[in-house]
Design a protein around this ligand. Structure first.
Ligand code: ADP
Length: 396
């Protein structure tokens, strides 16, 4: 079956066409600068990448160019659109309405719209992508896969804030958590490796990328996670502060004469390891700067690992135990130094890193010694494949 996986942002659209029996990517690409000018980068597997600068006034135009590229005589991978069996859409926020993926219908679209307030930058863009695909591929079944759905199993004591209850009742202010598709995919794989798919289990998944979050997964279900009402909470990230005393917001606003929007911009886009180091949000640049002795880069990396280790410790306590830990996403899969720095705090769990095995990038691997009490793995995430699998499961 060919599943077209779509991840629509406000001015971009990432896609993959996945053949789900072999789980191979047939083609993938991205449309950028939608609504500004427009650029399509299309990579058919086994053929050269095609880059086209073409006017993309809206997402419908972008989808049309992608479908054209997929069926083109030269860059194409399918003869015509009838070879696309289903579309899987990534949707950021499903609020409390969606605890799993769904087949998209008019009613479902209305229900997703009701979650727009919770993710005003992302959900409307996701819906525009859905509308564009529905218009251009009328009879093709479509599935929505939510970043928040996996975390809907968190117990109330984990997802509530210590905020007056009426704010939850009236405005649904609570922890939702994000990266759910990745945490679900990687935790499933980890439980397979451990042979604990159908047994009681306690694992922790560290999704460390540009945005980072850590999830406690108990018996295969999300039990607690570090991101909150928004993806700003929790770990220190590329440009985001992570958890911070909320009183800082008012203090910066007063000192700088900023609006709340301006302060939130500082917290979301000018902070994290980027703002701390003054070097970059990219850990490759930070590693290089720290090796050259840049003290702020060294501090940023130390803080990143320290905060991650704190979350791991708190989740071991919350679950009263731990069977295994997995690192995933750009940093988790590739940065051996960050993994080593985090594991250096975990000796009390009987974790001993295997320095040679930890010298691994982008591959599934066991990175602890044979006598480590808790095994630690790197497991590459694949959100597109997870969306394709969910899509097949729902339409079959
Ligand atoms: P996103 O949240 O954008 O999906 P990714 O999971 O792709 O992010 O992670 C991107 C980040 O991964 C980069 O900003 C960089 O910090 C880090 N990264 C990627 N490759 C490496 C590498 N080889 N070594 C260290 N860090 C890396």
């Amino acid at each position: 079956m060919n599943v077209f996986v779509v991840n629509c942002g406000s001015s971009s659209l990432k896609y993959q066409l996945i053949e789900t029996d072999s789980e191979k990517v047939v083609a993938k690409g991205i449309c950028e600068r939608i609504g500004i000018d427009g650029k399509l980068k299309h990579k058919p597997t086994g053929k050269d990448e095609v880059v086209k600068e073409v006017a993309m006034p809206d997402h419908k135009a972008a989808v049309a160019y992608v479908l054209e590229a997929l069926t083109d005589e030269n860059s194409g991978v399918i003869a015509d659109l009838s070879e696309i069996d289903a579309v899987g859409h990534r949707i950021v926020h499903g609020g409390e309405k969606f605890a799993s993926s769904v087949v998209i219908t008019d009613d479902i679209i209305s229900a997703i719209e009701e979650c727009n307030d919770l993710a005003p930058l992302h959900n409307p863009a996701n819906l525009i992508g859905i509308a564009a695909c529905r218009e251009l591929m009328k009879d093709v079944p479509m599935v929505g896969v939510f970043d928040t759905a996996f975390h809907q199993t968190m117990p109330k004591k984990a997802f509530m804030y210590g905020l007056a209850y009426e704010y939850y009742e009236e405005y649904k202010i609570r922890k939702y958590g994000f990266h759910g598709t990745s945490h679900s995919f990687v935790s499933k794989r980890l439980l397979e490796i451990l042979n604990k798919t159908d047994e009681p289990s306690k694992v922790i998944i560290c999704h460390l990328g540009n945005g980072s979050s850590i999830t406690a997964v108990k018996d295969g279900k999300s039990f607690d996670t570090s991101m909150g009402f928004t993806p700003l909470d929790g770990l220190i990230m590329g440009t985001r502060t992570g958890s911070i005393d909320p009183a800082v917001v008012q203090y910066i606003a007063d000192k700088k004469g900023y609006t709340i929007d301006q302060v939130m911009n500082v917290l979301n886009k000018e902070s994290g390891v980027d703002g701390l180091s003054g070097v970059s949000s990219d850990f490759r640049d930070l590693d290089e700067a720290s090796m050259a002795g840049n003290e702020r880069a060294i501090l940023a990396l130390e803080m990143f690992a320290y905060r991650a280790a704190q979350y791991i410790g708190s989740y071991v306590a919350a679950m009263n135990g731990i069977d295994a830990i997995a690192f995933t996403a750009g940093i988790g899969e590739n940065d051996d130094k960050v993994r080593a720095a985090i594991c250096s705090y975990l000796g009390y769990l009987g974790i001993t890193l295997d320095v040679d095995a930890n010298n691994v990038r982008g591959k599934e691997a066991l990175i602890t010694t044979a006598d480590s009490k808790v095994p630690v793995y790197t497991i590459p995430t694949n959100e597109e494949l997870a969306i394709a699998r969910e899509t097949v499961a729902l339409i079959s």
